[in-house]
Ligand binder design. Structure first.
Ligand SMILES: [Zn+2]
Length: 284
Protein backbone atom coordinates (compact mmCIF):
# COMPACT_ATOMS: atom_id res chain seq x y z
CA UNK A 1 0.00 0.00 0.00
CA UNK A 2 2.78 2.37 1.01
CA UNK A 3 4.67 1.48 -2.17
CA UNK A 4 1.66 2.20 -4.42
CA UNK A 5 1.12 5.63 -2.90
CA UNK A 6 4.75 6.44 -3.54
CA UNK A 7 4.43 5.51 -7.22
CA UNK A 8 1.29 7.61 -7.61
CA UNK A 9 3.12 10.56 -6.14
CA UNK A 10 6.06 9.95 -8.44
CA UNK A 11 3.80 9.98 -11.52
CA UNK A 12 2.07 13.13 -10.35
CA UNK A 13 5.42 14.88 -10.03
CA UNK A 14 6.49 13.56 -13.43
CA UNK A 15 3.34 14.95 -15.07
CA UNK A 16 3.86 18.27 -13.29
CA UNK A 17 7.49 18.52 -14.43
CA UNK A 18 6.49 17.68 -18.02
CA UNK A 19 3.79 20.35 -17.94
CA UNK A 20 6.23 22.95 -16.61
CA UNK A 21 8.82 22.08 -19.27
CA UNK A 22 6.18 22.26 -22.01
CA UNK A 23 4.98 25.64 -20.76
CA UNK A 24 8.57 26.90 -20.52
CA UNK A 25 9.22 25.78 -24.10
CA UNK A 26 6.15 27.59 -25.38
CA UNK A 27 7.09 30.63 -23.34
CA UNK A 28 10.65 30.64 -24.71
CA UNK A 29 9.33 30.43 -28.27
CA UNK A 30 7.03 33.35 -27.64
CA UNK A 31 9.90 35.46 -26.32
CA UNK A 32 11.46 36.09 -29.71
CA UNK A 33 11.34 39.21 -31.81
CA UNK A 34 11.26 38.42 -35.53
CA UNK A 35 11.85 41.02 -38.21
CA UNK A 36 11.26 40.02 -41.82
CA UNK A 37 12.86 42.14 -44.54
CA UNK A 38 10.73 40.96 -47.44
CA UNK A 39 12.18 40.56 -50.90
CA UNK A 40 9.88 42.99 -52.71
CA UNK A 41 12.32 43.85 -55.51
CA UNK A 42 13.01 47.60 -55.71
CA UNK A 43 11.21 48.86 -52.60
CA UNK A 44 10.82 48.22 -48.89
CA UNK A 45 8.56 46.02 -46.80
CA UNK A 46 9.36 45.00 -43.25
CA UNK A 47 7.24 42.89 -40.94
CA UNK A 48 7.93 43.08 -37.21
CA UNK A 49 6.52 40.27 -35.06
CA UNK A 50 6.95 41.08 -31.40
CA UNK A 51 7.43 38.55 -28.57
CA UNK A 52 3.90 39.41 -27.40
CA UNK A 53 2.43 38.52 -30.79
CA UNK A 54 1.89 42.01 -32.23
CA UNK A 55 2.35 42.37 -35.99
CA UNK A 56 3.62 45.63 -37.45
CA UNK A 57 4.12 46.20 -41.16
CA UNK A 58 6.43 48.98 -42.31
CA UNK A 59 5.73 49.71 -46.02
CA UNK A 60 4.64 47.06 -48.53
CA UNK A 61 6.68 47.57 -51.72
CA UNK A 62 4.95 48.57 -54.96
CA UNK A 63 1.52 47.30 -56.02
CA UNK A 64 2.91 44.21 -57.77
CA UNK A 65 4.96 43.31 -54.69
CA UNK A 66 1.96 43.88 -52.43
CA UNK A 67 -0.15 41.44 -54.43
CA UNK A 68 2.49 38.86 -55.27
CA UNK A 69 4.84 38.98 -52.27
CA UNK A 70 3.54 40.75 -49.17
CA UNK A 71 -0.06 39.47 -49.02
CA UNK A 72 0.91 35.81 -49.72
CA UNK A 73 3.80 36.06 -47.23
CA UNK A 74 1.53 37.33 -44.43
CA UNK A 75 -1.03 34.63 -45.27
CA UNK A 76 1.68 31.95 -45.21
CA UNK A 77 2.74 33.11 -41.73
CA UNK A 78 -0.86 32.90 -40.58
CA UNK A 79 -1.06 36.61 -39.81
CA UNK A 80 -4.74 37.43 -39.26
CA UNK A 81 -4.48 41.14 -38.60
CA UNK A 82 -1.90 43.91 -38.39
CA UNK A 83 -1.73 45.91 -35.18
CA UNK A 84 -0.05 48.79 -36.96
CA UNK A 85 0.93 49.74 -40.50
CA UNK A 86 3.66 52.33 -40.97
CA UNK A 87 3.81 54.48 -44.10
CA UNK A 88 7.40 55.78 -44.12
CA UNK A 89 6.74 58.19 -47.01
CA UNK A 90 4.44 58.35 -50.03
CA UNK A 91 6.69 56.95 -52.77
CA UNK A 92 5.24 54.15 -54.90
CA UNK A 93 7.91 51.55 -53.99
CA UNK A 94 6.79 51.81 -50.33
CA UNK A 95 3.02 52.40 -50.47
CA UNK A 96 1.76 50.69 -53.65
CA UNK A 97 1.55 47.34 -51.90
CA UNK A 98 -0.33 48.74 -48.92
CA UNK A 99 -3.59 48.93 -50.89
CA UNK A 100 -3.85 45.12 -51.42
CA UNK A 101 -2.66 44.63 -47.80
CA UNK A 102 -5.38 46.90 -46.39
CA UNK A 103 -7.97 45.21 -48.59
CA UNK A 104 -7.08 41.76 -47.20
CA UNK A 105 -6.13 42.36 -43.54
CA UNK A 106 -7.69 44.14 -40.60
CA UNK A 107 -5.42 47.00 -39.50
CA UNK A 108 -5.46 48.47 -36.00
CA UNK A 109 -3.90 51.82 -36.84
CA UNK A 110 -1.77 53.63 -39.39
CA UNK A 111 1.30 55.64 -38.49
CA UNK A 112 2.55 57.95 -41.22
CA UNK A 113 4.81 60.85 -42.13
CA UNK A 114 1.80 62.83 -43.38
CA UNK A 115 3.56 64.61 -46.24
CA UNK A 116 1.51 66.06 -49.05
CA UNK A 117 1.82 64.12 -52.29
CA UNK A 118 -0.69 63.98 -55.11
CA UNK A 119 -0.04 60.65 -56.81
CA UNK A 120 -3.14 58.57 -57.64
CA UNK A 121 -1.80 55.66 -55.57
CA UNK A 122 -1.29 57.80 -52.46
CA UNK A 123 -4.74 59.37 -52.81
CA UNK A 124 -6.32 55.92 -53.22
CA UNK A 125 -4.46 54.66 -50.14
CA UNK A 126 -5.64 57.60 -48.01
CA UNK A 127 -9.23 57.13 -49.27
CA UNK A 128 -9.06 53.42 -48.38
CA UNK A 129 -7.76 54.17 -44.86
CA UNK A 130 -10.58 56.68 -44.42
CA UNK A 131 -13.27 54.32 -45.80
CA UNK A 132 -12.15 51.55 -43.46
CA UNK A 133 -12.12 53.95 -40.51
CA UNK A 134 -8.56 53.00 -39.55
CA UNK A 135 -7.15 55.40 -36.92
CA UNK A 136 -4.44 57.52 -38.59
CA UNK A 137 -1.67 59.10 -36.59
CA UNK A 138 1.34 61.20 -37.55
CA UNK A 139 4.83 60.16 -36.44
CA UNK A 140 7.11 62.91 -35.21
CA UNK A 141 10.64 62.76 -33.82
CA UNK A 142 10.60 62.13 -30.09
CA UNK A 143 7.34 60.15 -30.10
CA UNK A 144 7.37 56.90 -28.16
CA UNK A 145 5.08 54.13 -29.33
CA UNK A 146 3.61 51.54 -27.00
CA UNK A 147 3.97 48.19 -28.76
CA UNK A 148 3.28 45.03 -26.73
CA UNK A 149 6.40 42.89 -26.35
CA UNK A 150 8.95 45.58 -27.20
CA UNK A 151 10.96 47.62 -24.69
CA UNK A 152 10.92 50.79 -26.73
CA UNK A 153 9.88 52.08 -30.12
CA UNK A 154 11.13 55.58 -30.69
CA UNK A 155 10.43 57.85 -33.66
CA UNK A 156 13.65 59.61 -34.79
CA UNK A 157 12.28 61.29 -37.92
CA UNK A 158 10.54 63.31 -39.37
CA UNK A 159 10.32 66.57 -37.55
CA UNK A 160 8.75 69.84 -38.55
CA UNK A 161 9.55 71.98 -40.40
CA UNK A 162 10.06 69.28 -42.99
CA UNK A 163 13.31 68.95 -44.88
CA UNK A 164 13.38 69.20 -48.66
CA UNK A 165 12.22 66.12 -50.57
CA UNK A 166 9.82 63.33 -49.60
CA UNK A 167 12.66 60.91 -48.79
CA UNK A 168 14.16 63.08 -46.06
CA UNK A 169 10.90 63.13 -44.12
CA UNK A 170 10.55 59.35 -43.99
CA UNK A 171 9.43 57.88 -40.69
CA UNK A 172 12.50 56.48 -38.91
CA UNK A 173 11.92 53.99 -36.07
CA UNK A 174 14.37 52.75 -33.45
CA UNK A 175 13.10 49.44 -32.06
CA UNK A 176 14.59 48.01 -28.87
CA UNK A 177 14.08 44.53 -27.43
CA UNK A 178 16.52 43.60 -24.69
CA UNK A 179 19.99 44.10 -26.07
CA UNK A 180 18.77 44.10 -29.68
CA UNK A 181 18.19 47.42 -31.39
CA UNK A 182 16.95 47.87 -34.92
CA UNK A 183 16.96 51.09 -36.90
CA UNK A 184 14.48 51.38 -39.76
CA UNK A 185 15.34 54.39 -41.87
CA UNK A 186 12.91 54.47 -44.80
CA UNK A 187 14.51 56.50 -47.60
CA UNK A 188 16.17 59.26 -45.55
CA UNK A 189 19.16 60.99 -47.09
CA UNK A 190 22.19 62.82 -45.71
CA UNK A 191 20.19 65.88 -44.52
CA UNK A 192 17.88 63.81 -42.34
CA UNK A 193 20.77 61.69 -41.08
CA UNK A 194 22.50 64.90 -39.98
CA UNK A 195 19.37 66.16 -38.23
CA UNK A 196 18.93 62.86 -36.40
CA UNK A 197 22.52 63.07 -35.14
CA UNK A 198 21.97 66.69 -34.07
CA UNK A 199 18.95 65.54 -32.05
CA UNK A 200 21.34 63.78 -29.68
CA UNK A 201 19.17 60.66 -29.52
CA UNK A 202 21.51 57.67 -29.53
CA UNK A 203 21.23 56.15 -33.01
CA UNK A 204 23.32 53.10 -32.12
CA UNK A 205 21.73 49.88 -33.45
CA UNK A 206 22.77 46.25 -33.97
CA UNK A 207 20.63 45.99 -37.07
CA UNK A 208 20.28 48.73 -39.68
CA UNK A 209 17.83 48.80 -42.55
CA UNK A 210 20.10 50.78 -44.86
CA UNK A 211 18.41 53.99 -45.98
CA UNK A 212 17.05 54.48 -49.50
CA UNK A 213 18.01 51.07 -50.92
CA UNK A 214 21.72 51.74 -50.43
CA UNK A 215 21.79 55.03 -52.35
CA UNK A 216 24.97 57.13 -52.13
CA UNK A 217 22.79 60.10 -51.06
CA UNK A 218 22.38 58.36 -47.66
CA UNK A 219 24.57 56.31 -45.29
CA UNK A 220 27.18 58.99 -44.68
CA UNK A 221 30.30 57.88 -42.79
CA UNK A 222 29.23 60.11 -39.84
CA UNK A 223 25.82 58.49 -39.59
CA UNK A 224 27.15 54.93 -39.89
CA UNK A 225 29.83 55.74 -37.33
CA UNK A 226 27.08 56.71 -34.88
CA UNK A 227 24.89 53.69 -35.64
CA UNK A 228 27.71 51.11 -35.72
CA UNK A 229 25.48 48.34 -37.09
CA UNK A 230 26.71 44.74 -36.82
CA UNK A 231 24.24 43.79 -39.53
CA UNK A 232 23.07 45.96 -42.41
CA UNK A 233 20.14 45.02 -44.64
CA UNK A 234 19.75 46.55 -48.09
CA UNK A 235 16.34 46.18 -49.72
CA UNK A 236 16.67 46.72 -53.47
CA UNK A 237 15.78 45.01 -56.73
CA UNK A 238 18.34 43.06 -58.75
CA UNK A 239 19.69 45.18 -61.63
CA UNK A 240 17.47 48.12 -60.66
CA UNK A 241 17.49 51.31 -62.75
CA UNK A 242 19.09 53.39 -59.99
CA UNK A 243 22.21 51.24 -59.56
CA UNK A 244 21.28 50.61 -55.90
CA UNK A 245 23.13 49.86 -53.78
CA UNK A 246 25.83 52.32 -54.80
CA UNK A 247 29.44 51.20 -54.29
CA UNK A 248 30.12 54.17 -51.96
CA UNK A 249 27.47 52.88 -49.53
CA UNK A 250 29.00 49.41 -49.47
CA UNK A 251 32.42 50.95 -48.79
CA UNK A 252 30.99 53.05 -45.93
CA UNK A 253 29.29 50.00 -44.40
CA UNK A 254 32.47 47.98 -44.67
CA UNK A 255 34.39 50.78 -42.95
CA UNK A 256 32.27 50.38 -39.80
CA UNK A 257 32.55 46.59 -39.91
CA UNK A 258 28.94 45.77 -40.87
CA UNK A 259 27.94 42.46 -42.32
CA UNK A 260 25.79 43.35 -45.32
CA UNK A 261 22.78 41.36 -46.52
CA UNK A 262 20.91 42.24 -49.69
CA UNK A 263 17.39 41.10 -50.56
CA UNK A 264 18.37 41.11 -54.26
CA UNK A 265 20.88 38.34 -53.60
CA UNK A 266 19.52 36.58 -50.51
CA UNK A 267 15.75 36.94 -50.90
CA UNK A 268 13.76 37.65 -47.76
CA UNK A 269 16.05 38.22 -44.77
CA UNK A 270 14.76 37.35 -41.30
CA UNK A 271 16.35 38.58 -38.07
CA UNK A 272 15.39 36.68 -34.93
CA UNK A 273 16.32 37.98 -31.48
CA UNK A 274 15.78 36.43 -28.05
CA UNK A 275 16.66 39.76 -26.50
CA UNK A 276 20.31 38.97 -25.97
CA UNK A 277 21.56 37.60 -29.28
CA UNK A 278 20.40 37.68 -32.89
CA UNK A 279 20.45 35.17 -35.69
CA UNK A 280 19.87 35.76 -39.38
CA UNK A 281 17.66 33.40 -41.35
CA UNK A 282 17.48 33.53 -45.12
CA UNK A 283 14.06 32.63 -46.56
CA UNK A 284 14.20 31.66 -50.24
ZN1 LIG B 1 12.26 53.82 -51.86
Amino acid sequence: MYQKRNWTRFYRILVLVAAVLLAAGTWAQGQELTIHFLDVGQGDSILIQTPAGANILVDAGDTRAGNQVVVPYLQRLGVKSLDMVVITHPHFDHIGGLIPVLEKFTVGRVLADGQIHTSRTYENLLILIDQKGIPFRLARAGDKLEIPGLDEVLVLNPQEPFLKGLNNNSVVLAVTYGETSVLLTGDIEAEAERRILEGNIPARANILKVAHHGSRTSSTPEFLEAVQPDTAVISAGADNNYGHPHPETLVNLKAVGSQVFQTSAAGTIIVVSDGSSCRIVIDN
